[in-house]
Design a protein around this ligand. Structure first.
Ligand code: ADP
Length: 170
């Protein structure tokens, strides 16, 4: 099955879903953008679990395109799925890695038994991926994934991102 896709404009830390996806960096130790917002609102429990994951499995960092879950602290979700998007490159095609973030996050969601998953627009902030292209890759990747997840919500922080994703939904 492929999930139903819903678009919402807003702050992903305010959303309720079984799992909320974080556009993390490979250190798993927090950062700016959506990562910072998730740790701020979710509280220290998430970071503590990230540190433990680093110590047990990801001493060299979580590789780009992969995903791993923690609990969600004070967020209105059961899990946070942390995935590392690629930094945009104008000279190298990294779109398979960006698609992998969505696919791997949904695979982890399946392992957890999550039925509703919220994604931000991975790599479109500090990692500079052009919004239109990132939206195309995100929507195609979710549509191409066979998963028991029933609903994927893309939570777009601003109007520009919301419009870019809306254009890809038709
Ligand atoms: P990356 O390093 O993957 O580019 P960023 O966090 O810098 O990650 O940005 C990813 C996207 O998340 C950007 O489109 C940014 O506008 C958006 N964003 C930032 N804060 C939030 C939030 N609280 N909820 C949803 N999206 C957010």
């Amino acid at each position: 099955m492929t999930p139903r896709i819903t678009l919402v404009q807003g702050d992903i830390t305010r959303l309720s879903a079984d799992a909320i996806v974080n556009a993390a960096n490979s250190s798993l130790l927090g950062g700016g953008g959506v990562d910072g917002a998730i740790h701020r609102r979710g509280g220290p429990e998430i970071l503590a679990e990230c540190r433990a994951l680093r110590a047990s499995h990801y001493g060299k960092g979580l590789p780009t395109g992969q995903a791993v879950a923690t609990t969600a602290g004070k967020l209105d979700a059961r899990w946070v799925i942390h995935t590392v998007g690629p930094v945009y490159s104008a000279t190298e095609d990294r779109s398979a890695l960006l698609a992998s973030c969505y696919r791997e996050s949904l695979r982890v969601a399946d392992e957890l038994g999550a039925r509703t998953v919220a994604f931000p627009a991975i790599s479109t902030g500090v990692y500079r991926w052009p919004l239109d292209d990132a939206a195309r890759i995100a929507v195609e990747a979710v549509r191409a994934t066979d998963t028991a997840v029933e609903e994927v919500t893309f939570v777009l922080f601003d109007d520009r991102a919301y419009r870019a994703f809306t254009a890809r939904m038709t």
